[in-house]
Design a protein around this ligand. Structure first.
Ligand code: SAM
Ligand code: DTB
Ligand code: SF4
Length: 365
């Protein structure tokens, strides 16, 4: 495994864009199936009222944002949401709670039940609940949790500008606890918060130094929410997102790079360049945790246009895949089915018309 230096990562980030995308695509193809992208769904199981002061977050109680707060969801609510997500091709469900940390109480016991429920539905289950102890992480693992998301967000230096109620060390400690419990690690960050390119690259350096490296690295573009200290931030240029995805791909070749928040301000062409540069996953569904996300059926249509197929659960292996020689287009034009146990999505030229009907039915449900 290569030990990167900050200078090397900065050099990669600053490579002329098309050359950078080409290099990243080459690394991607040597390590992953470039035609597969995982569809994951986010579910906010406990929304708002968080005591932390993360400057980007609409769920922090101290900011006056227009979100609907909610107590912890029930098993039935989560089961219904998971079925819906699976029906739209998701193979991973990520449950988020607006907590500073996990407390050993009845609510945590319920989260363990939620994990068991989703795990029994043949989906990868991920949780993002704030800080966890090693013991709590072990309980989550025993309940069937597959991954724990805990982002570093930015560089250690810039973190202090964004959050004052906890430190970078706390984040690293939780990641260590998660690792000790043999869970897979999902950790990445946000761009567009006013940080410098050096902060982005420093964050990648820190992530690349974790041993083992995170299996999953989400790259979020800031969603500037009214009422938060970052409400005035300008949307991050798509070129920065492509550079960040490509650099992440080259620095951590085995990890799944997730094109996460901020897709509503990206064109499909921009997203296509991100897939080319190594993004292997998106969050689908009308909502992220509290903010809007592209329409799920439009995403499926984008997959059809690009000849991408959603990845099955539990199939990510960090090993080289043979490069495909046959023309991708012929494959994409043929009517196909995406099938997973208990679920089939029709995928053919009629999709646009069917998509509209399905969308209508889903909204009425
Ligand atoms: N409370 C837990 C925590 O902070 O770890 C879990 C939920 S928190 C909302 C999960 C992640 O969402 C954050 O670490 C941050 O990276 C991302 N996030 C939150 N608000 C965001 C925003 N406005 N734009 C982009 N990403 C955001
Ligand atoms: C991640 O890196 N991004 C997701 C997931 N991990 C938990 C969360 C994005 C949240 C965007 C703001 C919101 O919808 O509240
Ligand atoms: Fe709370 Fe997480 Fe939002 Fe920070 S990012 S305010 S910890 S929900």
């Amino acid at each position: 495994m290569k030990n990167w230096t900050l200078e090397e990562i900065l050099d990669i980030y600053n490579t002329p864009l098309l050359e950078l995308v080409y290099k990243a695509a080459t690394v991607h193809r040597a390590n992953h199936d470039p035609n597969e992208v995982q569809i994951s769904t986010l579910l906010s199981i406990k929304t708002g009222g968080c005591p932390e002061d993360c400057g980007y977050c609409p769920q922090a109680a101290r900011y006056h944002t227009d979100i609907e707060t909610n107590d912890l969801m029930t098993v039935e609510q989560v089961r219904t949401a998971a079925e819906r997500a699976k029906g739209l091709g998701s193979s991973r469900l990520c449950m988020g709670a607006a907590w500073r940390d996990v407390k050993d109480n009845e609510e945590f016991d319920r989260v363990l039940d939620l994990v068991k429920t989703v795990n029994s539905m043949d989906m990868e289950v991920c949780c993002t609940l704030g800080m966890v102890t090693e013991n709590q992480a072990r309980k989550l693992a025993d309940a069937g949790l597959y991954a724990y998301n805990h982002n570093l967000d930015t560089s250690e230096e810039y973190y202090k500008e964004v959050i004052s109620t906890r430190g970078y060390e706390d984040r690293l400690k939780t990641l260590d606890n998660v690792r000790k419990a043999n869970l897979t690690v999902c950790s990445g960050g946000i761009i567009g918060m006013g940080e410098a390119v050096e902060d982005r690259c420093k964050m990648l350096l820190t992530l690349s130094q974790l041993t083992p490296r995170p299996e999953s690295v989400p790259i979020n573009a800031l969603v500037a929410v009214e009422g938060t200290p970052m409400e005035e931030q300008k949307p991050v240029p798509i070129w920065d997102m492509i550079r960040m995805v490509a650099t992440t791909r080259i620095v951590m070749p085995g990890s799944v790079v997730r094109l996460s928040a901020g897709r509503t301000s990206m064109t499909q062409e921009g997203q296509a360049l991100c897939f080319m540069a190594g993004a292997g996953s998106i969050f689908a569904g009308d909502k992220l945790l509290t903010t809007p996300n592209p329409d799920a059926f439009e995403d499926l249509e984008m997959f059809h246009q690009l000849g991408l197929k959603p990845r099955e659960p539990f199939t990510h292996a960090c090993k080289p895949q043979p490069a495909k020689q046959e023309p991708v287009l012929a494959e994409a034009e043929a009517p196909q089915k995406w099938s997973r146990p208990g679920h089939v999505i029709e995928r053919n030229v009629e999709y646009t018309k069917k998509g509209k009907e399905k969308r209508k039915a889903l909204k009425e449900k």
